[in-house]
Design a protein around this ligand. Structure first.
Ligand SMILES: NC(=O)c1ccc[n+]([C@@H]2O[C@H](COP(=O)([O-])OP(=O)(O)OC[C@H]3O[C@@H](n4cnc5c(N)ncnc54)[C@H](O)[C@@H]3O)[C@@H](O)[C@H]2O)c1
Length: 355
């Protein structure tokens, strides 16, 4: 029996609803594959911020350090500015724990009607490797002369050699386990310091991986290719902002943001990694019980993969694809009428029975 100690942060809005299903399915996988989970729940969210002035306590990161992984729903809610909820919880976790790879798989699953026509299930199968610690998401900058005509805002991007090299290298190593093709997202025509530097680091890394096919596109045409030719791509490596935008776009191409999982990885395993859906707290549907729980459930499978529990991870992925094939079990984002809980229960049953 393997045992894992997991920090659970439901967060806000639909984060709380989809997390219940994520835990249900992981428990089912645990029973079948002799895995014991010890869940520790943290009520760190926008409500906590409104009560205490902090998204998490001052020693919050120290509290998380001892866990094997962090399983997160989503944070952010009207009433608390989005930059406060993000910088008060998610970004400090990603940075302090050196989760510099944000891995976001994108697959066209059986049973899902993609808005992009002409592709069979499995024909769209790519992985976005998003730089997760630096880039455009930086605290360097400021505001001057506020409330005057001379008012200005300055925001700096940070690209370091170490930061670029380690995430680009991860993408190449990942490609070796897949179809041996890495695409770099750039914008070195318009952004004349950081992006040519990113291109140089990409080019330098290619030399260590002669067996991997490479290409690069400016982010504007790459976005168009994601819609017209999503089957061209295997591993796509991108800066923090570009990777973030590309992953919502790719999720839409394969049917719904409600299907998109992610892993914030510390590949050296010095710190816990964090697993969460790509989507946010969706205040527009929160409380209605109709959120698609699959992104959360699939993120749980990525956590098992990270632990080396490959059979259990595969059982969850197979189960969610089997359930998607039943039109009665599609949530409204996929054109159906099913509720969050019904989908979670059906996936848990499929995991238990191995069907
Ligand atoms: N990692 C995170 O915690 C994270 C990520 C993105 C946004 N946010 C936060 O979430 C809040 C809302 O942000 P947003 O509206 O830009 O993005 P969002 O992902 O929450 O929602 C975008 C749209 O997608 C739909 N949607 C999202 N997840 C869904 C699901 N599982 N099933 C069905 N439909 C789903 C929503 O209903 C909405 O129409 C903001 O406070 C934002 O800062 C948090």
């Amino acid at each position: 029996m393997h045992s894992y100690k997991i920090a659970v942060i439901e967060g806000d809005g639909i984060g709380r609803e989809v997390m219940a299903e994520g835990l249900r399915v992981l428990e089912a996988a645990g029973r079948r594959f002799q895995i014991n989970f010890s869940w520790h729940h943290f009520d760190w969210n926008c409500q906590t911020y409104l009560k205490t002035g902090r998204m998490m306590p001052e020693d919050g990161l120290d509290q998380l350090r001892a866990f094997d992984a962090i399983y997160l729903g989503a944070v952010g809610y009207p009433g608390v500015p989005d930059h406060v909820s993000l910088w008060g919880l998610l970004i400090p976790i990603r940075r302090t724990f050196q989760q510099y790879v944000n891995l976001r798989p994108v697959r066209l699953l059986r049973g899902v009607d993609s808005p992009v026509k002409g592709f069979a299930p499995g024909e769209i199968n790519l992985c976005i490797v998003r730089e997760n610690n630096e880039g455009e998401y930086s605290e360097v900058g400021g505001r001057l002369y506020q409330n005057t005509d001379a008012e200005l805002a300055l925001q700096e991007s940070i690209f370091t050699r170490r930061g670029c090299d380690r995430v680009i290298r991860y993408a190449f190593e990942l490609a070796r386990t897949r179809r041996r093709h890495v695409t770099s997202a750039t914008k070195s025509n318009g952004i004349i310091h950081t992006m040519p530097f990113w291109d140089e680091r990409f080019s330098a890394t290619t030399k260590d991986f002669p067996d991997i096919k490479t290409d690069q596109y400016h982010i504007d045409i790459l976005s168009a290719h994601f819609v017209r030719h999503p089957d061209w791509f295997d591993v796509v490596v991108a800066s923090n902002l570009f990777g973030d935008i590309l992953s919502d776009l790719a999720a839409a191409v394969v049917g719904s943001i409600g299907l998109a999982p992610s892993a914030n990885l510390n590949p050296e395993r010095q710190f816990p990694s964090m697993f969460e859906p790509v989507h946010g707290s969706a205040p527009d549907i929160a409380g209605k019980g109709i959120a698609n729980p699959i992104a959360q459930i699939w993120s749980g499978a990525m956590m098992l993969q990270h632990f080396g529990e490959h059979s259990a991870a595969k059982a969850i992925e197979d189960a969610l694809e089997a359930v998607l094939a039943d039109p009665q079990l599609l949530t409204p984002d996929l054109g159906g009428k099913a509720c969050t809980r019904n989908v979670g229960e059906a996936i848990a049953r499929a995991v238990s029975s191995g069907s």
